[in-house]
Design a binder for this molecule. Structure first.
Ligand SMILES: Cc1cc2nc3c(=O)[nH]c(=O)nc-3n(C[C@H](O)[C@H](O)[C@H](O)COP(=O)(O)OP(=O)(O)OC[C@H]3O[C@@H](n4cnc5c(N)ncnc54)[C@H](O)[C@@H]3O)c2cc1C
Length: 304
């Protein structure tokens, strides 16, 4: 937790990009959870570098918040670490190169992934169309190596601009140790922009794929407040299949309920608390472990 002196320095140096006791429930998927003691929301690269180097000098750890679509905040909120939000600003999106076969797109981390998918589809740039419908920002998608229906954001990622300890640097895609739902970033590394090299394809075909994926998602995912898949798929299987076989559909705890439509999704009902969700997550994990001897790993990230 920042000391009183550290807080004074942050207040003095950062002015109004620092907010104290900032509510997080309205910025995260399950719409529940406590506040951030210290919330920094830089609007541009200069402010981000300044904030990050100050945190580095003060020895304060931070956690990045993008669109919050994969995050559950605990009741007590985030008190030990600073929350660094990339929800505002970082909105650039442009075609910066290409030829008759491909196009290179530069996109800043605060842009909604859905906007990037639309931008590419409209220009006949292939490689991201199957990500249609995934909420959140480009920065969050890169950090999570978000994916769906056989495609991940890493597939056509060429390079990143990231900031570590207040310094802007480049990362070739090959230097990232990407994995399943893991973008391979260093801890305390913040994505500010990404470059994608996309193969040129027929625009109509891409639009058809987006429409198909959108319809599939609508059929498979429940309505209501949720954060998509709770658990990662274990090697060679699907978490949803295991959870369904283990009889998790319809299980509930307080305001948290396993969706009837999809056993790997927890729907948050009015009055839900983070503990309701966390208890239900453990019950689901235990059921699968008891029946299949497989310990599921959570995909959602808990902020504390
Ligand atoms: C309805 C629904 C459906 C979903 N479907 C899918 C799906 O099909 N496939 C899938 O992969 N995911 C899915 N998700 C999960 C989520 O949308 C993705 O993980 C998304 O890419 C997260 O982006 P975000 O901006 O919301 O990141 P956040 O939730 O804010 O953060 C996620 C992680 O990324 C880090 N992060 C965020 N921004 C940055 C940055 N600029 N630099 C460094 N680190 C950063 C955070 O610290 C955190 O660890 C779904 C979620 C919902 C609510």
């Amino acid at each position: 937790m920042p000391t009183f002196e550290q807080l004074e320095i942050l207040r003095r140096e950062l002015g109004d990009i620092l907010r104290e006791d900032e509510p997080l429930a309205d910025k995260t998927a399950y719409r529940t959870g406590g506040e951030a003691l210290c919330y920094i929301e830089p609007g541009d690269l200069e402010q981000l570098c300044r904030a990050q180097s100050l945190l580095y000098e003060l020895g304060l750890e931070f956690v990045v918040l993008g669109g919050g679509s994969n995050i559950l905040v605990v009741e007590e909120g985030v008190r030990e670490r600073v929350v660094l939000s990339l929800r505002k600003g970082f909105a650039g999106l442009d075609t910066v190169g290409g030829d008759q076969w491909s196009g290179t797109v530069r996109v800043e981390s605060g842009v909604k992934l859905s906007r990037l998918v639309r931008y590419c589809t409209e220009r006949g740039f292939a490689g991201l169309e199957r990500l249609a419908g995934i909420p959140g920002t480009v920065g969050g998608a890169v950090a999570m190596n978000a994916g769906a229906y056989g495609q991940t954001i890493g597939d056509c990622l060429a390079a990143l601009q990231t900031v570590i300890a207040g310094n802007l640097g480049w990362r070739g895609s090959g230097t990232l140790k990407r994995g399943y739902r893991d973008g391979g970033l260093e801890t305390q590394e913040v994505v500010v922009a990404a470059y994608f090299i996309c193969e040129r394809r027929n625009r109509i075909e891409l639009e058809e794929t987006v429409a198909e994926i959108t319809a599939l998602r609508r059929r498979r995912l429940p309505a209501g407040v949720h954060a998509g898949s709770v658990f990662k798929n274990p090697e060679g299987d699907f978490a949803g299949r295991l959870l369904e076989k283990a009889g998790c559909k319809g299980m509930s705890c307080g305001g948290a309920r396993v969706a009837e439509k999809h056993a790997n999704v927890i729907v948050a009902e009015r009055g839900v608390t983070p503990s309701d969700i966390m208890i239900l997550v453990e019950r689901m994990r235990n059921r699968v472990y008891e029946q299949f001897n497989i310990s599921l790993e959570t995909e959602i990230r808990v902020l504390s």
